[in-house]
Design a protein around this ligand. Structure first.
Ligand code: SF4
Length: 389
């Protein structure tokens, strides 16, 4: 990782590309993902992405792109040629920094894994694979369309194709014990290279899992057991040399996702595609942007107006400060209090900080950064709410 990223001085500028289509809807998912029973007009969507890239580049001239992230949805359903067109357009309308990180989220079905070489040739240099579980019963319960054998095969192809790859697992699943998770995580570490994303299952509003839980058909671990899962995860990952650099992301030092660090370090990024978000700073203003979520409406908007933006608002200093805390305190490195003051126009409340320190929830580093402690991380939302109040 570049030095400027390691010390947090300059998060860089990133471009997020959203591909909103999936083969099926996972019951825990609240992302902007859509299942189509007719073939997607990929050429048309690809051209619209490129048009929206041109629009966003107009308003962010001269930026160098440190990172591109293809997220979704399932961007591994795109063809390599569309991915190549998009990367080429980003390089043409901005400039890709030498060694820019280009990540593509992939699902490990056998069809998608066979496309990895094409993605590599298109310029992708990192894949993030949605494995989620390493046994078939749990994959089925999570509504995944791949098998554990396919997941292992996809990881093997990723290992051979990319210098950098990561995969996601969901833990604290219905019926899972901490002992089972420990064993699964040990297996995952044997398959990982230097980065893993480990998400504790949460029941999001509007999802199938929420309806199942409310109907008494899904029982997930309560807070105490959830804490045991959390503690086991940190112990194993610290022991393996892949500590959490963010609440759910673990890496060997230097292997962190540079793109996500841009978000968490309150850097700037342009978002293109349906339901993409962006943050752009210029002329002493920070703008929050969001595009139309519905793929067809987004497509029509881009084809008629050149962009799908439905929000483009200047953030108040208070909003900037809140966002800075919300994102920065997710990171193990914590935040620089002076930057909070510069953004929000006010300092952190010393009494609140002292009270949280006394409770063991936050701590100052020797360099004067404020970070959430190991004890505080499982209660992150409450810590952030307290500091932001
Ligand atoms: S594949 Fe990913 S984006 Fe698509 S429905 Fe499942 S979790 Fe959501």
């Amino acid at each position: 990782m570049a030095d400027d990223l390691q010390n947090g001085a300059d998060p860089g500028f990133g471009v997020y590309v959203h591909w909103p289509f999936c083969l099926s809807k996972c019951p825990y998912c609240d992302f902007n993902s859509h299942v189509r029973h007719e073939p997607v007009d990929e050429a048309r969507f690809g051209s619209a992405l490129i048009r929206e890239i041109a629009h966003r580049a107009e308003t962010t001239r001269g930026r160098r792109v440190a990172s591109i992230f293809f997220g979704g949805g399932t961007p591994s359903l795109m063809s390599a040629s569309t991915v190549a067109r998009v990367i080429e357009a980003i390089d043409r309308h901005w400039t890709l920094a030498p060694g820019a990180e280009i990540t593509l989220e992939a699902n490990p079905t056998s069809v998608e894994a066979t496309k990895f070489a094409g993605f590599r040739a298109a310029g992708v240099n990192r894949v993030s694979i949605g494995v989620q579980a390493l046994n078939d019963a749990d994959l089925k319960a999570l509504g995944r369309t791949h098998s554990s054998v396919e997941a292992l095969a996809a990881l093997e192809i990723a290992r051979k194709t990319f210098e950098r790859f990561s995969f996601d697992l969901i833990y604290a699943r219905a019926g899972q014990s901490v002992a089972q998770w420990r064993s699964e995580l040990a297996s995952a570490l044997a398959l990982a290279r230097d980065h893993l994303s480990l998400y504790q299952l949460t029941i999001e509003p509007g999802t199938m899992f929420e309806r199942m839980r409310d109907a008494g058909k899904l029982v997930v671990p309560g807070p105490d057991l959830g804490r045991d899962f959390w503690d086991a995860t940190q112990e194993i990952m610290n022991g393996a040399g892949l500590p959490a650099y963010e609440i759910s992301n673990h890496a060997r030092p230097g292997a962190e996702s540079r793109h996500n660090l841009i978000y968490w370090r309150t850097g700037d990024y342009a978002g293109v595609g349906p339901g993409a978000h962006g943050r752009i700073t210029g002329q002493n203003k920070r703008r929050a942007q969001a595009t139309e979520r519905d793929p067809q409406k987004w497509l029509s908007a881009v084809e008629s107006a050149g962009h799908g933006l439905i929000e483009d608002d200047v953030l108040s200093r208070e909003e900037q400060g809140d966002e800075f805390l919300l994102m920065g305190l997710r990171l193990a490195e914590g935040i620089e209090p002076g930057r909070f003051e510069a953004m929000s126009g006010r300092g952190l409340d010393p009494r609140r900080v002292q009270s949280l320190i006394a409770d063991g929830m936050v701590e100052y580093t020797s360099g004067g950064r404020l970070r959430v402690s190991a004890e505080g991380f499982p209660l992150l939302d409450a810590v952030v709410a307290d500091l932001a109040a």
